[in-house]
Design a protein around this ligand. Structure first.
Ligand SMILES: [Zn+2]
Length: 127
C-alpha cells in the first residue's frame, strides 16, 4: 500500500473495498484516501469468444417520437436516422440495430422490449 500523503505512515485501515474503489484511513493521522480501481485491472471476459450477431428489429406497434428518441439515445452508434426509423415503422419493415454479442443484448434487452421491437438474430460468420 502507498504511504499516507499527509504523514508518511503506511499503516492503513480499509473502510470500504468495492469493485470500483478502495477507501482507507491512515491509522496514524486519520487522513482518508480513495483509490479508484481502474477497469483495466478487472479480469476481462474474452469477448471475442462470444458469438456475434446482427440484430434485426421490427416495430410491433407504431412508435412515438419519444420512443424513436429513446432508441437513438440507447444506441448512439446506430446508423439509422429518425426518418429511417419512422419509415421502417410505417412500412412495417425490418431494420438492423447493428452487431451485438449476447451480453450486449442483455444490456439493451429491456429497452427494446419497452419499445415493442420484435427482434431477430442473424449470426455473423467469423473469418
Ligand atoms: Zn497519515
Amino acid at each position: 500500500m502507498n504511504k499516507c500523503s499527509a504523514c508518511d505512515s503506511n499503516d492503513w485501515i480499509v473502510l470500504e473495498d468495492t469493485a470500483s474503489m478502495v477507501r482507507k484511513r491512515c491509522s496514524a493521522c486519520g487522513h482518508e484516501q480513495v483509490t479508484l480501481v481502474s477497469p483495466g485491472d478487472d479480469p476481462v471476459l474474452p469477448q471475442e469468444l462470444e458469438p456475434v450477431f446482427t440484430l434485426m428489429a421490427r416495430w410491433s406497434r407504431a412508435p412515438s417520437m419519444d420512443q424513436i428518441n429513446q432508441l437513438k439515445a440507447g444506441l448512439p452508434l446506430m446508423a439509422h436516422s429518425k426518418d429511417d426509423l419512422l419509415s421502417s415503422a410505417r412500412m412495417h419493415k425490418q431494420f438492423d440495430l447493428g452487431r451485438f454479442t449476447e451480453s450486449e443484448l442483455r444490456f439493451d434487452a429491456a429497452l427494446f422490449e419497452a419499445l415493442g421491437l420484435e427482434l431477430e438474430r442473424i449470426p455473423v460468420t467469423r473469418r
